[in-house]
Ligand binder design. Sequence first.
Ligand SMILES: NC(=O)c1ccc[n+]([C@@H]2O[C@H](COP(=O)([O-])OP(=O)(O)OC[C@H]3O[C@@H](n4cnc5c(N)ncnc54)[C@H](O)[C@@H]3O)[C@@H](O)[C@H]2O)c1
Length: 320
Amino acid sequence: MQIGIIGTGGFSETHCNLLEQMDDVRVSAVCGTSLAKAERFAQKWRGVAAYGDVNQMLDQEKLDAVYICVPPFAHGALEKAVIERNIPFFIEKPIALDDELPAELLARIEEKSLITSVGYHFRYTDATQRAIELLQGRTVGMALGTWMGDMPRVGWWRKQEGSGGQFLEQTTHMVDLLRYTLGEVTEVYAAYANRVMHQVEEDVTVADVGTVTLKLASGAVANISNTCILPISDQAGLQIYTDHGVLQIQSNQLVDRTKGETYTLQNQSNPYALENKAFIHAVRTGDTQYIRSTYQDAIQSQRIATAALRSAATGAPVTL
Ligand SMILES: NC(=O)c1ccc[n+]([C@@H]2O[C@H](COP(=O)([O-])OP(=O)(O)OC[C@H]3O[C@@H](n4cnc5c(N)ncnc54)[C@H](O)[C@@H]3O)[C@@H](O)[C@H]2O)c1
């Protein structure tokens, strides 16, 4: 299978490395914002053609699938070019800055019945899968999600019009994990503030602390909070409080604390490898059952982040 990659940054590299390890899969082309950047990226692997224009890459190469690994602000024309040519695609989260573009793209995707997959990799961890099993027969009261850390150093991240802010760009993983494990969200209420980062770094327009209260269709409630003011990486994960005890889903493990017992499960498999395997299998065979996040599903996680932004701006809860 011939794969094309759009984007020449850190996560294109992660996917490229994983794809190159798979049988009968080759990354045959990469497209960047300039030919020079694509050439620099392509040099790291053998036989990867470099392009500075997406239409040129899609017309000259015979690609079975495309990976789109670009920042939130860069979505739109890239997907349209891929969909127009009926090419299945894997896309990194978040899928956009707003709700309008994803709705427009989804209509085109559905019209063509295209296979899509979104990089919500927490869905593929051993911890998440085991948590879903353990939740059977337990009543969920509430959940607390966190993404506490420092500010990523890439320029686009600190600008609201570049990344959409931490909750939309990063903490979306926890929002998606909440939906995946506990079901849909019906209402959000958010409070954001700029406390530190605009004073220590130039051009910072994203909020650097935020807390979002969520109501779920099940009747449970949740809070997901984040900050990027820390000089270190602190905790990121989802704690689920049930009538049996506390389930903690972290990036590397699951901890289940019930009365008199603590059970810990360390992740054995690589969730990024699993999401790639599921997507490539789907493109090769048409069997999409192993894809755990489609474009259609990811739109719901996106809607929660944009609703939180609106709530933080107006000070009022937003019903979904
Ligand atoms: N799932 C995860 O765990 C995970 C981890 C890291 C990043 N990501 C996501 O991956 C995406 C990319 O992140 P990154 O860390 O690679 O960022 P990055 O800044 O390292 O790279 C982004 C790349 O996109 C390229 N780009 C921008 N506009 C483009 C266009 N129109 N055409 C072609 N290329 C274009 C830039 O030149 C740059 O090379 C982000 O949405 C991020 O949230 C996901």
